[in-house]
Design a protein around this ligand. Structure first.
Ligand SMILES: Cc1cc2nc3c(=O)[nH]c(=O)nc-3n(C[C@H](O)[C@H](O)[C@H](O)COP(=O)(O)OP(=O)(O)OC[C@H]3O[C@@H](n4cnc5c(N)ncnc54)[C@H](O)[C@@H]3O)c2cc1C
Length: 470
């Protein structure tokens, strides 16, 4: 991998006529981290809305073998946009001016820097819904969501980002501008390159435009909060609801540590003494969702819920969901360093995963908080620590490795939605096997023969280990 030299910067400046080229250390430092771990200084940062300029920059990078790091809003929890080998960072959050909704086609077209919450708003203004809703949707870009194949609470009923992308415009690592898919909801012309790019974590190209599928917005919703004295019982209730013939739009879990953290942060009357609560949303026809809320309450009580609350007004419902949104900001008050995992298990294994997480918490004497999209098996075990305490961080490393091992033993996966990035790369072979990983490497080589696009991600480097204690 080459460094960016003064003569490269001169050439970059001659290409970027409409945007900015940042070379000051203080500017570059702002691009050296994301919402995960580690800081890596890029050689240069480029902000441009021009696809032609980006194409020319990628051609230059490919010719000179300079690493290129696409970046949205850097909310990645797995190290996705970190410029681990220096090189050029493309700040794609500036490409935020195309957002068009075509209601007759139930389609939206967006440039990569558009915030996901703006797509939600634009769709809803036309009575439509863009279902993928990462909890970071107010601060993350659609480009980042596409690259990570982001999920969110509504994934339970509606699926994740990949289920709503029907076409892309992409700059390949060799600097070709290609279009995949299109505006039709059905398309079987050749290999599905759209789905290959989605979730490739910026390693196969730069997304410069996306065509997204929308659906009619459900007319009504009901919320149910079920309170449990046992986390494992809450896990059992989740499995029971899913086999009861009802498919909620959201089913989120909060354990006692997250309940207490939210109550300390912004009190809303959550039961501090409960070991867990489940928040459930049902959407659809107004009469159907009322009936489903009753049925879900009954299932929760039978599974051991000590209390079930059904908020009546819109304001009460919003208060309940706000509590869930506040978990992330609230728990960082416990300790300053947050390691947010998203190991995911088959839904039948949710109670066992809850039990094993409690064992790991005790074994390594760590602050472990469990919450997340439990309805699709995508728990978020979060470890709160202090990175200046090396001894604690070593225990955290061991605990994280054991969480991954446990998820895989239970038939699950390293990542349900946050991606592999730098954080989980050392564990890839454990899940995929050597041959499976090699097939992925061969795809990468075919697309990116010079390994310039987001190098240092997904694929483990020789001898790479999870290191949080340095
Ligand atoms: C509080 C909080 C809550 C979160 N909740 C969720 C959640 O519920 N569900 C979930 O899935 N994730 C969640 N995340 C993780 C994160 O928000 C998502 O991964 C998000 O999609 C990242 O978007 P971004 O714009 O910040 O991208 P970045 O973090 O900047 O980049 C992410 C990846 O995308 C690549 N990339 C960015 N733009 C492009 C592009 N145009 N072309 C090609 N590659 C590109 C980058 O190289 C990188 O690999 C959360 C994060 C935080 C901090």
């Amino acid at each position: 991998m080459k460094k960016v030299t003064d003569s490269h910067v001169k050439e970059i400046r001659s290409i970027v006529k409409t945007g900015r080229v940042l070379t000051n250390e203080s500017d570059r430092f702002s691009y050296s981290f994301d919402a995960s771990f580690g800081t890596y200084l890029p050689d240069v940062v480029i902000q441009t809305k021009s696809v032609e300029e980006l194409v020319a920059l990628v051609k230059l990078a490919n010719r000179e073998k300079i690493p290129v790091y696409p970046r949205g809003q850097a909310t990645s929890l797995s190290g996705g946009p970190l410029p681990v080998h220096g090189g050029m960072v493309f700040d794609l959050s500036v490409m935020n001016d195309v957002l068009e909704v075509y209601e007759e086609d139930l389609v939206a077209v967006a440039s990569p820097g558009v915030l996901t919450s703006n797509i939600h708003k634009a769709a809803e203004q036309k009575g439509l819904l863009y279902p993928p809703d990462p909890s970071s949707s107010h601060v993350s870009t659609i480009g980042g969501n596409l690259a990570e194949n982001s999920g969110g609470p509504r994934g339970l009923k509606y699926g994740v980002t990949k289920d709503y992308v029907i076409g892309l415009e992409v700059i390949t690592p060799e600097g070709e501008l290609i279009r995949t898919g299109g505006r039709t909801v059905k398309n079987v012309t050749g290999y599905d390159l759209t789905k290959l790019i989605v979730g490739s974590e910026g390693t196969l190209g730069i997304i410069t435009k996306a065509i997204l599928r929308l659906i009619p917005k459900p007319p009504a919703s009901e919320t149910v909060m079920a309170i449990f004295d046992s986390l494992v019982d809450a896990g059992k209730a989740i499995s029971k609801i899913l086999t009861s013939g009802i498919l909620p739009s959201k089913m989120e879990l909060m354990d006692q540590a997250s309940i207490v953290a939210v109550e300390n942060y912004e009190p809303s009357g959550l039961p501090r003494d409960a070991e867990a609560l489940i928040l459930i949303e049902l959407d659809g026809h107004p009469l159907a969702v009322k009936d489903e809320a009753e049925q879900v309450s009954k299932v929760c009580k039978e599974a051991g819920a000590r209390e079930v609350r059904i908020p009546q007004t819109q304001a009460e419902k919003e208060e309940v969901w706000k509590a869930r949104k506040l978990v992330s900001p609230a728990i960082v008050r416990i300790k300053p360093t947050k390691i947010s995992e998203d190991a995911t298990v088959p839904r039948s294994q949710i109670p066992e995963m809850c039990r094993r997480l409690q064992e790991i918490k005790i074994k390594y004497n760590i602050h472990l908080v469990v919450f997340g999209h439990a309805g699709d098996g995508n728990l978020h075990p979060n470890i709160l620590a202090d990175k200046s305490d090396k001894e604690e961080m070593r225990r955290v490393e061991q605990a994280v490795a054991e969480i991954f091992e446990t998820a895989i033993q239970l038939g699950g996966t390293l990542s349900g939605e946050h991606g592999i990035g730098t954080m989980k790369a050392p564990f890839m072979e454990m899940e995929l096997g050597a041959a499976g990983l090699d097939m992925m490497k061969r795809i990468k080589l075919a697309w990116d023969p010079n390994h310039i696009m987001n190098p240092g991600k997904i694929f483990p480097e020789p001898g790479q280990k999870l290191v949080l204690s340095e």
